[in-house]
Design a protein around this ligand. Structure first.
Ligand code: ADP
Ligand code: MG
Length: 826
């Protein structure tokens, strides 16, 4: 067994590859210019593909065939058109080209396994797309690591910090195209991302653009006869101005970097097409005015992150700087000034992530190598108990093995790199051996046992002891993962299975009840839809990551309402989702693993989703038509029109197998539903809150009559009141209201006096509603008497006679018995 050792930062703007070896990490140099990173840029020119610096230079002359910032589009089905090749290319493919180029830097090492970093905000699909890009680049094993964790690993491992108590760090990552800030908890040996925030459209490139617009253009205009330069350049109408634009952006970026070191710099513009020959002086002070506004945006997000986690800057031990943009002195100073917190920039911010990734790779045993060599099957015929400390700060560790009492033979312990071997030693009952550890890596030891004839009778080849390195207590989920279930109203809602920021890997078993009958051999289906998103929002605004349809055709027996369905969910560290569905009454088990790297969409489900929301919006309009809230109404109507168009489009494309219209509709659907959701959520939550408070008041009026068990139940319902009332999740609040209502019912039903209410209910009904008028009048008379005598027993009997006499019996309390769910699960 060997460790992975290779770490890669696949960045939006720049990428890098590094290697762990014997406690050290080294970045492989880009042969061009001998730099640590390459631009994540790919160009196609005259049948030639170039990646990195050369590609970036082509931006100036051939911008149509040059692609950058494609990381932002990972996992989407958006493609780019390559004019030169007359074909489309996906972001995944472009990323895989950058990865291949990085592999080239390793010369002939031809690594088969790597740790690749991803932003903390990547959802399941973006994550899987990155993994797939890794496989397409030729890796046989790809392990993903979140960027802020990687950065922390670099800092903690380089600085040999002695962290004895728990600390909180902020990772402030201002890159080329994105800004991310993460809150990380770190203690003696573990790192954990607690929460994060970011803006996918805030980065160094925004500074370059502003620099050109606000400073460079005006200066050029002042020194030449050009005017309205900026508008001419961005309109893209004139190829000459477009070319000038790319050239200026390039120069602005260079000047920006110079100004991180000096007070002043110059740029020379030689542009024959417009007869321009200029020399502009640019100062740091001018540039800082631009930086200030963008810094402000990043700081707002940072503050928000701290506040939402109920923290203050004083509780943050240090802020770690990551990303090329943090080279700008203004950002460092201002961050320090405003946060009054130690700003740590001791590691190059453009390589911190890749260094951390390779530290991690150095502690991560590779499963690929193991399988390649047809890994010797562990021979564990004897029962041996192994005792050792898997994490150590020392140079040696003790491995203890308790052997079967009758064992009498030899043992041997080896270290996988060949640097340690005990040779054959006599053993009985117990082995205790101090083994030497390589620093800052995971050491892998093997234990072999032999009988008296020196025939091997036992082997265990994966005793792992990590020295010095920080361990990662898993990586957090960036969003809630939910199961779509039926609700009593006939709609569906998202029940949370895993919570945002839960640590991977995760697993959970839940039990659901079947909400409709699915007969054997029928076309009816039970639908299991797993989505990623915010548990409080509407289903359609979220992303499906796993979908199973179980059809009546597969049943040997009918599946009936009320039967149990067991669902088992697992998400691995690299975000594969596996679902096992077990229906015990049918003895049916279905297991599927999902690792979607692109959004696939079931058309029938898409149409259904749109229809459901369309109905809901129509109802909302109907309910509000009388109100004078015209603005609200207008917005609702606009959303409705939009949904109606989408609905028709989705019906029309049933036979469309070639275009990607389906994805576009789905995206529009998600955005429109999100818009609707935001619009009504607040209002709905307020409604649910008032219903809840009403039910609570009602209960309190009955509280005296409740028995201790019912009071206990009540306490249970309101236990986390503050939390769920603030959850902004109308379904959750509604669920609590329902529980209260049921409780009220059960208290009420125990009251004899309720028959008084029942009696009046029947008494004031229309005579025609009963089958026998005379008997009805007789019952009224008897009832009055019973009331006078306070005879509840009598009254109860009278009420039941009324019930018998009713022509049409009212439906009993609405529950799932009276309706069928859409999905079949509740
Ligand atoms: P990403 O993580 O987005 O791939 P990086 O962390 O490598 O990107 O950051 C790239 C950005 O940093 C670019 O916008 C680049 O212009 C900017 N940058 C790099 N060096 C400097 C510097 N010395 N001063 C200011 N900005 C810099
Ligand atoms: Mg980065």
């Amino acid at each position: 067994m060997k460790n992975i050792n290779i770490g890669i930062d696949l960045g939006t703007t720049n990428s890098a590859i590094a290697k762990y070896e014997n406690g050290k990490v080294t970045v492989y140099k880009n042969p061009v210019g001998f730099k640590d990173t390459i631009p994540s840029v790919v160009s196609f020119r005259k049948g030639r593909i170039q990646i990195g610096d050369k590609a970036r230079e082509h931006f100036l002359s051939n911008s149509e065939n040059v692609f950058a910032s494609f990381k932002r589009k990972m996992g989407s089905d958006e493609t780019y058109f390559i004019k030169d090749l007359d074909r489309q290319i996906a972001p995944l493919e472009l990323s895989s080209m950058v990865l291949k180029e990085l592999i080239n830097f390793t010369q002939n090492e031809n690594p088969k396994s790597a740790v690749i970093t991803i932003p903390a905000s990547f959802d399941t699909i973006q994550t899987n797309a990155t993994k797939k890009a890794g496989y397409e680049a030729g890796f046989a094993e790809v392990v993903l690591l979140q960027e802020p964790i990687a950065a922390c690993l670099a800092y903690s491992n380089f600085q040999n910090l002695d962290i004895s108590s728990e600390k909180k760090w902020l990772v402030y990552d201002f890159g080329g195209g994105t800004f991310d800030v993460a809150l990380v908890k770190i203690d003696e040996r573990e790192l954990k991302v607690i929460d994060h925030k970011g803006n996918n459209f805030l980065g160094g490139v925004d500074l370059d653009t502003l620099f050109v617009e606000k400073i460079i253009c005006p200066k050029m205009e002042a020194q030449s006869s050009e005017n309205n330069l900026w508008n001419k350049m961005i309109s893209g109408e004139d190829a000459i101005y477009k070319k000038l634009y790319f050239e200026l952006l390039f120069k602005a970026e260079e000047a920006k970097k110079e100004l991180s070191l000096k007070e002043k710099t110059n740029i020379e513009i030689e542009f024959d097409e417009l007869d321009l020959s200029l020399d502009l002086e640019l100062s740091k002070v001018e540039f800082e005015a631009i930086v200030a506004s963008k810094f402000e945006e990043s700081f707002q997000l940072t503050q928000k992150l701290i506040q939402e986690n109920n923290l203050k800057f004083s509780e943050i031990e240090r802020i770690i700087l990551v990303g090329g943009t943090t080279y700008i002195p203004y950002i460092r100073q201002e961050l320090e000034k405003r946060s009054q917190t130690l700003v740590d920039s001791s590691i190059d911010p453009t390589t911190a992530v890749v260094l951390g990734a390779s530290f991690y790779a150095g502690s991560k045993p590779s499963e690929y190598v193991a399988s390649e060599k047809e890994m010797v099957v562990e021979q564990e015929t004897l029962s041996v108990e192994l005792i050792f400390e898997p994490h150590s700060k020392d140079k040696e560790e003790l491995i203890v093995a308790i052997l079967p009492t009758d064992f009498n033979g030899f043992y041997r312990i080896t270290r996988s790199d060949g640097g340690f071997d005990t040779g054959l030693l006599a053993a009985n009952k117990k082995i205790a051996e101090f083994v030497p550890l390589l620093e800052k890596t995971t050491n892998i030891f093997s234990l072999f046992l032999f009988d008296q004839q020196q025939k091997q009778v036992y082997q265990h080849t994966s005793i792992q002891i990590t020295n010095g390195l920080y361990n990662i207590s898993g990586q957090p989920l960036p969003n809630d993962i939910c199961l779509e279930v039926d609700e009593e109203s006939g709609k569906t809602f998202m029940e949370r299975i895993f919570k945002k920021n839960d640590i991977l890997p995760l697993k959970k078993t839940i039990y659901k009840t079947c909400s409709k009958n699915i007969l054997k051999n029928s076309d009816d289906k039970l639908i299991i839809n797993i989505v990623e998103g915010n548990a409080g929002s509407m289903i359609g605004s979220n992303l499906t990551i796993g979908y199973i349809e179980i059809c009546g055709k597969d049943f040997h027996q009918d599946l009936l309402k009320g039967m149990d369905v067991e669902l088992n969910f697992k998400i691995s560290e690299s975000r594969d989702l596996s679902i096992t569905v077990y229906i015990s009454s049918l003895d049916l088990e279905i297991k599927e693993v999902f690792n979607p790297h692109e959004r696939t969409i079931s058309l029938s489900k898409l149409t259904e989703d749109i229809k459901v929301v369309l109905d809901e919006v129509s109802e909302e309009i109907y309910l509000n038509e009388e109100d004078e809230n015209y603005e609200y109404l207008a917005k609702l109507k606009r959303i409705k029109d939009h949904l109606a168009v989408l609905y028709n489009e989705s019906l029309e494309i049933v036979n469309d197998k070639s275009t990607d219209k389906k994805y576009q509709i789905d995206e529009m659907k998600r955005l429109t539903i999100q818009e609707y959701d935001d619009l009504v959520r607040h209002k709905h939550v307020l409604n649910e809150l008032s219903e809840y408070h009403y039910s609570k008041e009602v209960f309190q009026t009955y509280a005296e009559q409740a028995n201790p068990r019912q009071m206990e139940e009540y306490e249970k319902i309101i236990k986390n009141e503050v939390e769920f009332l603030q959850s902004n999740n109308k379904y959750l609040i509604r669920k609590k209201t329902k529980e209260l209502d049921n409780l009220i019912d059960s208290v009420y039903l125990k009251q004899e006096s309720r028959f008084i209410d029942y009696f009046y209910y029947y008494r004031f009904k229309d005579e025609d509603e009963f089958t026998n008028r005379d008997k009805f009048l007789k019952l009224v008379e008897l009832g009055e008497k019973a009331l006078e005598n306070h005879s509840m027993v009598e009254l109860k009997s009278i009420c039941s006679q009324f019930w018998e006499l009713l022509k049409v019996k009212p439906k009993l309390k609405d529950d799932f018995n009276s309706f069928d769910g859409n999905l079949g699960l509740k």
